[in-house]
Design a protein around this ligand. Structure first.
Ligand code: ATP
Ligand code: MG
Length: 487
């Protein structure tokens, strides 16, 4: 899949006009029900009957089923939609079950006592069953002046677009067709009803599930402009579902990646966490790099990777991401702090070295200032919450302290709660760089598991250098930004 993407990006012919892959058995039996509505970007809708698909009530959350039945009993339409149907069709366990209905949020609230309304951008109902929450959304309608005012008069029409076509507000209710049209990918516009147990396929999603293809609904250029985060979602779904991004959905990304600059930094952090902490971090990272999205999100790292595509920065990031993927696979805890620390370590180190040379600072001050500058920079694009950025600082700062092993320092180091993370990080750096780091990492590996006598021997085996205190140079650097020395 990655090779395929790289080939496409390198501009080699991809056969955009390849014939449609043969439809699966389910599709052969599916019947077109309605023609596309006038002006709609949707193909004719297909109904896939209960015997012709693999979605079974056994695999659906009982709470979600209750919500569907109750809404139907109250006279409303209700469907399961999006990721849950897609994942069930692919034989995967859905993360959650999302319901859509023609009932307005206030009407949903009247049907369920255990319901609360949330959200300003788009009002949603949350129906609460103990620890499980079923999200119920009202069908979304159109957001631009495309509708004539009369036909939209009964709707609550409060959506708006920015100058570059991005959706800013989105509180418009509509029909199921409009709702389907507003969804991102064809495979995410499949609706399942408990009235007839059929799947309503509004965008040839079944075809693309069978072909294992990520395809946008409508014109990719327009859909990415409306919401540039869809570029990240295309990559995430491709790696998560082991699918290919269709050439027409892949090609525009490198040009439009710059639009991610308009996305609020907290949303970008959330999306990146979904990409980097769900077991496919390495594959996602490679696609982010190849589609030039990385250049927008982390220009400091991207620059280093361009200078030395197989260099130490690439090697460290690759190892950190593969390590994270492995931990996810065996259910070990993972944290964004470690990944972001790895991605930004060499930018920090580079800045720190520049400060040492240009400003005559000592090692500690240079590192502290470099950390502050790099973190300030990244926060403008990706809002890394403080609890993670503080851990990143700790991991980085301890890299320096791990080089100071003389006297009691190594013993004190072991007492640090952050020692384990810092040592893991050092090991990855050693693998990435080799040289003196290999000796340092293997010394700490021995030291932490040695008994007291062996520990003393290990310390005594160090040359004088390890016992030296850092030399303080005259500090003639005028700080532009504040920094708290914490090494
Ligand atoms: P998963 O939860 O497994 O990551 P999902 O498809 O359920 O995948 P969600 O973010 O939970 O993803 O979104 C639910 C559904 O809402 C999607 O399937 C899609 O139909 C729609 N959706 C979500 N984000 C967008 C978007 N940015 N643009 C258009 N539709 C979207
Ligand atoms: Mg979901």
């Amino acid at each position: 899949m990655l090779d395929f993407c790289r080939r496409t990006l390198s501009g080699k012919p991809q056969g955009d006009n390849q014939p449609e892959p043969a439809a699966g058995k389910t599709l052969a039996a599916a019947a077109p029900l309605r023609n596309a509505i006038a002006g709609s970007i949707l193909p004719p809708m297909q109904v896939i009957g209960r015997g012709q698909h693999s979605v079974s009530r056994r695999d659906i959350s009982p709470s979600a089923l209750k919500v569907l039945y109750r809404l139907n009993d109250a006279g409303y339409e209700a469907y399961l939609v999006g990721g849950c149907i897609r994942d069930l069709l692919l034989g995967l366990k859905p993360k959650d079950f999302d319901v859509v209905t023609n009932a307005h949020p206030e009407q949903v609230k009247q049907v369920f006592r255990n319901c609360r309304l949330i959200g300003r951008r788009f009002r949603l109902a949350h129906v609460v069953f103990g620890r499980e929450i079923i999200e119920v959304a009202t069908f979304r309608g159109h957001h631009s002046g495309a509708d004539d005012e009369e036909s939209i008069a009964p709707k609550l029409k409060t959506a708006s677009l920015s100058d570059h076509g991005q959706i800013l507000r989105d509180n418009v209710y509509g029909t199921i067709e409009e709702d389907a049209e507003r969804r991102d990918f064809t495979i995410n516009a499949l609706y399942y009803s408990v009235k007839d147990f059929a799947i309503y396929d509004f965008a040839n999603g079944m075809r693309d599930i069978t072909a294992r293809r990520i395809e946008l609904i409508g014109d990719p250029d327009v859909r990415y402009r409306e919401d540039p985060v869809r570029m990240l979602r295309a990559i995430r779904f491709a790696t998560k579902l082991n699918m290919d991004i269709a050439p027409d959905a892949l090609t525009p990304i490198s040009q439009l990646a710059v639009l991610l600059k308009n996305i609020p930094a907290p949303r970008l952090f959330d999306e990146l966490v979904k990409m980097l902490l769900a077991g496919k971090a390495f594959d996602n990272f490679m696609l982010l790099r190849d589609t030039r999205i990385l250049k927008q999100l982390m220009p400091q790292l991207d620059k280093l990777l361009k200078q030395e595509p197989e260099g130490k920065a690439f090697s460290l990031v690759t190892r950190a991401l593969q390590d994270t993927d492995h931990r996810v696979a065996i259910d070990k805890p993972v944290t964004p702090a470690f990944i972001f620390a790895a991605m930004l370590w060499y930018p920090v180190e580079l800045r720190s070295q520049t400060l040492l040379i240009e400003s005559g600072l000592n090692d500690i001050d240079a590192l502290n200032i470099a950390m502050t500058e790099v973190l300030d920079d990244i926060q403008r694009t990706i809002a890394i919450p403080k609890r993670f950025s503080l851990t990143m600082r700790d991991i980085w700062a301890l890299q320096y302290r791990l080089t100071k092993r003389g006297g009691r320092r190594a013993f004190k180091m072991l007492e640090q709660t952050k020692f384990r993370g810092a040592f893991d990080f050092l090991q990855l750096r050693a693998e990435a760089e080799g040289g003196s780091l290999t000796e340092l990492a293997s010394w700490w590996q021995q030291f932490q598991f040695a008994d007291d006598t062996e520990k003393l021997e290990l310390i005594n085996s160090l040359g004088r250098e390890a016992h030296d205190r850092p030399k303080r140079r005259r500090n003639n650097y005028k700080r532009k930004r504040s920094s708290t020395p914490d090494v």
